[in-house]
Design a protein around this ligand. Structure first.
Ligand SMILES: [Zn+2]
Ligand SMILES: [Zn+2]
Length: 145
């Protein structure tokens, strides 16, 4: 039994080749669009341990199933397609480059996610805070883009 199979079963999901392929694709390529996930799954389909072609709707169903049980996280930077990544449960944030669109993980401030203590929300109990920094990535800044 593979790790991915164990992971899926621990969340009460059946371990299907497509679900394993999508998890595998996201493990190798964080912050990708559904289209890019489809391409990565397609590449696995041609390699050893081939997975049959996944329809667009089938892919969205797989992503939604994985998101619902907390294995996959989606982020939606303004002006970008929804991006998917594995859910690490670390409450990390993202920095998005306005020039090339590169997305970089930013660890949450040290400690117990102090950004969850949203000031002035009158008793609102937050369990997740999403921060996006917009700017230019190091490569774009260095190139003057
Ligand atoms: Zn950039
Ligand atoms: Zn991330």
């Amino acid at each position: 039994m593979s790790d991915l199979t164990a992971l899926l079963r621990s969340k009460g999901l059946r371990s299907t080749p497509h679900r394993r392929a999508v998890l595998h694709a996201l493990a190798e390529n964080p912050h990708v669009t559904a289209v890019e996930v489809a391409a990565a799954v397609g590449e696995q389909a041609s390699g050893p341990g081939a997975v049959s072609e996944l329809s667009r709707q089938g892919l969205y169903n797989v992503l939604e199933d994985l998101r619902r049980v907390g294995l996959v996280r989606s982020i939606e930077p303004a002006g970008s397609a929804t991006l998917f990544e594995l859910q690490h449960g670390d409450n990390h944030h993202h920095a998005v480059c306005r020039s090339c669109g590169a997305v970089q993980d930013v660890p949450c401030s040290v400690g117990s996610a102090p950004c969850l203590d949203a000031p002035g929300t009158g008793g609102f109990v937050a369990d997740e805070a999403e921060v996006v920094w917009w700017g230019r990535c190091a490569a774009c800044a260095a190139a003057g883009r």
